[in-house]
Design a protein around this ligand. Sequence first.
Ligand code: IMP
Length: 198
Amino acid sequence: MKVKTLVLASSNNHKAKEIGMILGRNYQIKTQEEFGVPFVPENGKTFSENAYIKASQLAKNISIPVIADDSGLEVLSINNQPGIYSARYASIGATDEENINKLLGALKNRPSSERKAKFICSLVLIEGHDKQKVSYFNGEWKGEIANKKTGRHGFGYDPIFFVPSLKKTAAELSEEIKNKVSHRAIAINKLKNFLENQ
Ligand code: IMP
């Protein structure tokens, strides 16, 4: 099979590597930075709108198929917050630690029934000569917000995202395991399936 190149609308090399690992060796992932295309503000109201905003800006400027993802954490008992604001929940430019502390504070003394959460990932692919072909792939990963941080792997809310079926937080999982079960892995595997059946 010929290696297929996809350009990720992001400057996040970690994300590009993760997507590359899940898609496997028949795919090469490049990033927006390599093409010098400027980034646009993510001002959508949903994960999929934000993914589309990022991808379409890049797709206008290059002729290779483009992918973009947008992801975050939703906690049911607090109106699905932090949602699309996950990266800037505590403030613009907040650290993971600040976002985690704000969420732990919002859920303080809440029983486990009110700590149900899910990570969401919306991935978009834009392809075709005129870049008119837009496809969406979504992934969800269910868990609970723990009372305290545990684990050293991963990023973002991983240390407080407890996965009952694995009895571990996402930050206690190896990269290999997380890449099999996460919201992003689910969405990326759907994309892979789609590309392989085209
Ligand atoms: P992005 O859209 O993928 O950059 O993610 C936005 C924010 O959602 C990140 O800054 C994290 O706070 C949170 N997030 C998304 N995916 C994960 C994950 O796999 N683990 C922990 N936090 C995540």
